[in-house]
Design a protein around this ligand. Structure first.
Ligand code: KG4
Ligand code: ZN
Length: 347
């Protein structure tokens, strides 16, 4: 079954072709970063308009790359939520129009389920059940996963998402949006012993997160450097390092706790922040000690992309799930509301 996947929930247009027998055939991505960078964040209306411009050309690109024709496509999967409502509507409208024209089924996919299943695109992929740490710009969640659509939320951020905290800290350091990769780059030159940032909520039981205190701590440290003269490049690197270390340490502690609590030995980490190299190596090290293993998507598929949507949609379309006529975009959409894989009608 050949599935076309469309991702338009935020500031990346992602398109992919996934074949349930042959695997991922082609993918293409257009990042809108240059459009939004001057505003310091995503401007929803500009995002929607650019998805309108880019999605069809990217579909033509993946068809050409895979050597397929539109007539070969057996189904269309698109991101139905969560995300920016206008951006979601572009993908939804296009996916449905194409599927209707081609006479094939269409299905709205949950963006975070896409992230969560992205490691399944790798040759070495995890087996159910596992604990997933979803860390993106909008979400920080620990989820128990017993199968596709069998999700139990174990903990989540009570305020900012991890990616959002990276972006805000970057802004304080005068770095461009999205800030995560910039913080990671500066942190490499940072001195880990100069500042000691708090590890939020690690001494409290449970699996929830909070990153807003860390944000305030970062702001105060930036201000203290300015008060001492100026904010130098080395100050920025040291602050980036202390910030990253604090986020990484917090995530590692909660992941270990979640695995212990659930009696599981497999962790999946996905979403934009899972591209962070220090987070990956800290998790590898900490979990190896306990005989647990971590699975990640390829760096390219950590951030938003069409391949994860094509994959998640393909599994559900293969199981017979399709949109009904009343299906709407879901800017907010708890993942626990998703039906398990073998329920015939998409809810
Ligand atoms: O999953 P994603 O592409 O979009 C959402 O669904 O939100 O995640 C984007 C987030 C941004 O906040 C970005 O700063 C962060 O992921 N990010 C990183 C890294 N690469 C992307 N954060 C830390 N380190 C990175 N290397
Ligand atoms: Zn995402």
């Amino acid at each position: 079954m050949l599935i076309l996947g469309l991702e338009t929930s935020c500031d990346e247009t992602g398109v992919a072709l996934y074949d349930t027998e042959r695997g991922l055939l082609a993918h293409a991505l257009f990042s809108q970063v240059d459009i939004h960078v001057e505003y310091g964040g995503v401007v929803p209306e500009l995002a929607s308009r650019d998805h309108v411009r880019k999605t069809l050309p990217l579909i033509e690109e993946v068809l050409a790359e895979a050597g397929c024709l539109a007539a070969d496509i057996d189904g269309v999967a698109y991101t139905a939520g969560p995300g920016l409502v206008g951006a979601l509507m572009v993908g939804t409208t296009l996916a449905r129009a194409l599927a209707w024209g081609w006479g094939v089924p269409v299905l709205g996919v949950h963006h975070m389920e896409g992230h969560l299943l992205a490691p399944m695109l790798e040759d070495e992929h995890p087996e159910f059940p596992f604990v997933a740490l979803l860390v993106s710009g909008g979400h920080t969640q620990l989820v128990r996963v017993d199968g596709i659509g069998e999700y139990r939320l174990l903990g989540e951020s009570l305020d900012d998402a991890a990616g959002e905290a990276f972006d805000k800290a970057a802004k304080m350091l005068g770095l461009p949006y999205p800030g995560g990769p910039h913080i990671a780059r500066l942190a490499q030159q940072g001195d880990s012993t100069r500042f000691d940032f708090p590890r939020p909520m690690v001494n409290r039981p449970g699996l929830d997160f909070s990153f807003s205190g860390l944000k305030t701590f970062t702001l105060n440290t930036v201000q203290a450097c300015r008060d001492a003269g100026e904010l130098t490049e080395q100050d920025k690197c040291d602050i980036a390092r202390a910030f990253e270390d604090a986020v990484v340490a917090t995530l590692v502690i909660k992941c270990r706790r979640a695995l212990q609590q659930q009696g599981l030995k497999t962790l999946v980490i996905a979403g934009g922040v899972s591209a962070n190299v220090n987070l990956r190596s800290a998790l590898d090290k900490a979990l190896a000690k306990e005989g647990a293993k971590v699975f990640y998507p390829a760096p390219l598929f950590c951030t938003d992309n069409g391949a994860m949507i094509a994959y998640a949609g393909a599994q559900r379309l293969l199981a017979g799930q399709v949109d009904d006529a009343g299906t709407r975009v879901r800017p907010r959409w708890p993942m626990e509301e998703l039906p398990p894989l073998h329920k015939a009608v998409h809810g």
